[in-house]
Design a protein around this ligand. Structure first.
Ligand code: ZN
Length: 191
């Protein structure tokens, strides 16, 4: 997506799109899901592992200046989890875990009806659980994350099969005699 090549380009694209779609009527507010941890206090996208050049971007301030309305920034998997909680697979539950498996591996935690972001905005980031401290280097800077073994852009020799088409079908990562392996996606119950 050309508009994602730089934060400035994205903000200009978003403001122009809102203007075009709203036909000049303006917006009351904007919620943005971003593929990385968010510092809610400062409104900053901190360190997205799969978006190079987007480290510590003050997206809330940039977008609010561009569109003239309040902006809420949140991790994309957290927002997707909220969507499933209110309108999808999580309806009727109070506590659930949402997992998404595509370019990256993300997660959203809902506990007793509340989204849990964590002290540093990285709660539920399942893709960055460390499976092997001596494993391959991940885009986040750590070694041996689940995403480094099985994310959609993973270049490790034992890379995952193509991402599953449904969030209910996930490959299985296992280790035997010191060797990592990935089994084809199986069915993972959501509840
Ligand atoms: Zn990682």
């Amino acid at each position: 997506m050309p508009s994602l090549r730089s934060p400035r380009g994205f903000v200009e694209w978003a403001a122009a799109s809102i203007e075009r779609i709203g036909r000049g009527t303006g917006v009351q507010g904007l919620a943005v899901g971003v593929p990385g941890p968010v510092d809610q206090q400062r409104g900053v996208l901190v360190n997205p592992p799969n978006l190079h050049g987007w480290k510590n971007v003050p997206l809330v301030e940039m977008l609010e200046t561009a569109i003239g309305a309040p902006v809420y920034l949140e991790n994309d998997a957290n927002l997707a989890g909220l969507g499933e909680f209110h309108h999808g697979a999580g309806r009727g539950t109070r506590t659930m875990v949402y997992l998404t498996w595509s370019t990256g591996i993300g997660g959203g935690l809902i506990v007793d009806g509340n989204l849990i972001s964590g002290a540093h905005g990285s709660a539920g980031e399942a893709g960055h659980m460390i499976l092997d401290p001596d494993g391959p280097l991940d885009g986040c800077g750590q070694r041996g994350c689940l995403e480094a073994f099985a994310g959609g852009t993973c270049s490790h020799p034992r890379s995952a099969p193509p991402p599953p088409t449904s969030s209910r079908r996930l490959p299985t990562v296992s280790r035997h005699a010191g060797e990592w392996s990935l089994e084809p996606p199986g069915t993972w119950g959501m509840r």
